[in-house]
Design a protein around this ligand. Structure first.
Ligand SMILES: [Zn+2]
Ligand SMILES: [Zn+2]
Length: 347
């Protein structure tokens, strides 16, 4: 059995006591002022060092800069509102040039194409034939109405293996209905003159439970339950890659489980609404939003507990507020690093 050797000088409390004793005696000897000044200086340096270390750890790792191995790409930061500047909700986590899609709101495939090398972008991983895996937080339409596009377009362009999809109960049925709805399109592409391959249109849909739901050489994906109105199952996901941990909230109100599962992640991607602008909403909508989503002030308190290196806002409900307003509201409570994502942002 390998036993790690411990340097007694570094770790023995006895040694520390002795050193204090030596310092005490030194103070009483001739030239004690020099020793006292020497130890005082060391104490100041030690305190400075401790404050530095604590502040570095307070909000997780300080190096939140984009990584060559893992990127977080926002294909759509939107909500059900058809805001032309915010496409349907979808994020891609890219690890070693392999994309993992989270949610498939409307527009995700066009946005992925915009960043792909096939259309003049810089991200080869987002070329259609590479899009093979997706994780669905919940079945709300702003997170799933691009599902048919996610199944069919990459296949038509060249994906030649089944799409793997992981989602809550109901994802299998949704998949079956979409394939049924498009059966004529699939038939025509298979047996007409287009000569599409007979694998890429297929979907391996799996219904998940809380825990580790996926693992390969790039990522481990953990699903955790969140609280989203009366949805029986809504999930957030935590991706652990070789160099980063990234948590994505999905849609949720304040959720203890999320805080516990995400503590200390490098990046927390979290939905949000403006707490100030909520006040102008009707009573009915206020009730809906507070039971389904998370306000800026609530998110600030969540971030204070999770302490991510970087907090990224997405699925923003503005109601007339700007990104700066959201950041300002959060900044009244939370002092860590926060950014508000826009479509096509890469972190
Ligand atoms: Zn949503
Ligand atoms: Zn939702």
């Amino acid at each position: 059995m390998h036993v790690k050797k411990i340097n007694p000088k570094r770790f023995s409390p006895l040694y520390d006591c002795k050193e204090q004793h030596v310092a005490h005696i030194a103070g009483a000897l001739p030239g004690g002022a020099f020793f006292r000044a020497y130890h005082k200086k060391n104490t100041v340096l030690l305190v400075f060092f401790l404050v530095l270390v604590l502040s570095l750890n307070l909000y997780g790792k300080q190096d939140c800069s984009p990584s060559k191995i893992t990127q977080v790409v926002f294909l759509g930061t939107g909500t059900p509102n058809p805001d032309p500047g915010h496409s349907g909700n979808s994020v891609a986590i890219i690890v070693n040039d392999t994309p993992y899609i989270i949610d498939c709101g409307p527009g995700l495939i066009r946005k992925a194409a915009a960043l792909s090398t096939a259309y003049g972008g810089k991200i080869e991983a987002l070329n259609m034939e590479n899009i093979k895996r997706a994780f669905i937080t919940h079945l709300h339409s702003d997170h799933t109405s691009g599902y048919a596009d996610l199944i069919l377009t990459p296949w038509v362009i060249g994906r030649d293996e089944p799409l793997q999809v992981y989602g809550p109960e109901g994802i299998k049925e949704m998949t079956r209905h979409i394939l049924e709805a498009y059966k004529e399109d699939i038939r025509m592409r298979l047996y007409g003159l287009e000569a599409a391959n007979n694998r890429g249109w297929k979907v391996m849909a799996r219904e998940i439970e809380e825990g580790i739901i996926y693992k390969d050489q790039n990522v481990t994906v953990e699903a955790f339950l969140v609280k989203h109105g009366s949805w029986p199952e809504a999930y957030g996901f935590k991706f652990t890659t070789p160099d980063r941990t990234i948590a994505i909230s999905g849609d949720t109100r304040v959720c203890k489980n999320l805080i516990e599962k995400c503590k200390g992640v490098d990046i927390l991607v979290h939905e949000v609404f403006s707490a100030e602008k909520l006040k102008i909403r009707s009573e009915t909508w206020q009730k809906y939003h507070t039971s389904n989503h998370t306000s800026t002030y609530e998110l600030a308190k969540i971030a204070d507990q999770v302490k991510p290196c970087l907090l990224i806002l997405y699925h923003q409900l503005y109601w007339g507020a700007s990104d700066e307003d959201l950041l300002k509201e959060i900044g009244t409570i939370y002092k860590g690093r926060v950014v508000s994502a826009e479509d096509l942002d890469v972190y």
